[in-house]
Structure formats: structure tokens, C-alpha cells
Write a protein that binds this ligand. Structure first.
Ligand code: CA
Length: 232
């Protein structure tokens, strides 16, 4: 039996059934809700491990559901959106969603996103136990000495690059928007700063990635932001 319980929030019955059938076939436990209000209630009373959330709901908007749940919980939320516009995904991510799937999606994509989120939960657990350091594949960060290593080799990072790396590391598996990164690293979120973020990200990648053109650690979400990938 898979130990994870998933809350599926989707008002479209055929899609909800596709998701629950998939979850059942892979031994997940699940709960369902067809409304936003119902989702908030189910989340509060059952404390599921992961929430799959459709953004277009009949009562309250999915972004509002995220904001309400985030007021008391860090349960990972994967947004499922029929809207292809990036702005909706960005609003959901800024409200505190962890990841997103765009409809139509395949069953394999859904399972892959769940695995990424489960690995993130496990990593957060082990990092909480370790306390003052972070390990993800060859990458190691010692927070006490503010040093980062790739294998045996110390990475020569500028203070901004180190801050960027720590922010991504502390949110491994989660997509961070440009706005979120700018606010947390520079304390501002001006559109014009996205250009400088790209420059810092490029120099960080040059030091961190074996092949900066096909990064292993930091994934780009074009027009949205970046994500630190959990290494196998
Ligand atoms: Ca819907």
C-alpha cells in the first residue's frame, strides 16, 4: 500500500475519474472534492499528503483555495490548469502552489509530478533531521560555514549566487517564480530585475552544472521561473 494520501479537487467528473483510477492503480489513497470550499474543508479535516487542484472551480477560484490552505498548511499543491496562459500558473505558484500540470496531461506526467513531490517531501524530512546542511546528489551545502560543494570541490560563489542556490535548495522540487526569487533574494520584484536574475542564474549554473546547456540541477520554466531538481 502506498503511504501517500492525495486530495483530488476537480469539478469535471471524467477528468476526476481518470485521476482517481490512476491513483487507485498505483496504490495511492485518495479523497475527492468538486468544489473549492469542499477542498478547503477536506484539506483541513484529513490533512492529505499532496493536493491536486484544478484552478477553474464552480464556486471559488483555485488561487483562492491555495491562499486559504497556505494560511495554515504547507501541504504540497500541484495545480491542474486547463488554461494555457502562464499568468494563471504564475498566480497559483505565487499563492504557494508547488508545481503545475497543464490539461490535457498524460497519466505518466501526473505520476511523474507526484513522484517529484514525494521526493521533495522525503528530502525535506531528511534535511530537517540533518539540520544545518543540505545534500542533493553531488551538491552539498554547509549552512554554518556558508560553503557549497560539488563532490569534493568547493564552489566559488558570490554572496548573491550563494543566496540564490540556498533559496532553490530549500525549495527543492518546487517551481519558484521570478517574482518569488526576486523578493527573497533582492527584496524587490520589479519586472526589469528579471534580466539580472537571468544573468546571476547563468553564472551560478556555470559553476554548478557540468553542462550548463543541459542543466541537471536547476531547471528553467520559460516565462515562469526555476526549480531545483532532486537528484537520483
Ligand atoms: Ca474545472
Amino acid at each position: 500500500m502506498n503511504k501517500y494520501q492525495i486530495l483530488v479537487v476537480e469539478d469535471d467528473a471524467p477528468i476526476r475519474n481518470l485521476i482517481t483510477t490512476t491513483l487507485k492503480a498505483h496504490d495511492y489513497r485518495y479523497l475527492t472534492s468538486g468544489t473549492g470550499e469542499g477542498a478547503v474543508m477536506e484539506a483541513a479535516s484529513h490533512n492529505p499528503d499532496i493536493i491536486l487542484l484544478d484552478l477553474g472551480l464552480p464556486d471559488i477560484d483555485g488561487v483562492e483555495v491555495i491562499a486559504r490552505i497556505r494560511s495554515w498548511s504547507n501541504i504540497p499543491i500541484i495545480v491542474i490548469s486547463a488554461r494555457s496562459e502562464d499568468s494563471d500558473k504564475i498566480d497559483a505558484l505565487d499563492a504557494g502552489a508547488d508545481d503545475y500540470l497543464t490539461k490535457p496531461f498524460s497519466v505518466e506526467e501526473l505520476l511523474a509530478r507526484l513522484r517529484v513531490t514525494q521526493r521533495r517531501l522525503a528530502l525535506m524530512q531528511s534535511n530537517t533531521e540533518q539540520g544545518s546542511s543540505y545534500t542533493n546528489g553531488l551538491l552539498h551545502i554547509d549552512y554554518a560555514t556558508r560553503c557549497a560543494y560539488l563532490g569534493e570541490e568547493e564552489l566559488r560563489l558570490t554572496p548573491i549566487e550563494y543566496k540564490l542556490l540556498c533559496l532553490l535548495a530549500q525549495n527543492t522540487g518546487k517551481v519558484l517564480t521570478h517574482k518569488y526569487i526576486l523578493q527573497n533574494v533582492w527584496g524587490s520584484s520589479l519586472e526589469t530585475d528579471v534580466g539580472s536574475l537571468r544573468v546571476f542564474m547563468a553564472t551560478l549554473r556555470k559553476k554548478l552544472e557540468k553542462n550548463p546547456d543541459s542543466p541537471q540541477f536547476i531547471q528553467t520554466h520559460i516565462g515562469i521561473g526555476y526549480r531545483m531538481m532532486k537528484q537520483e
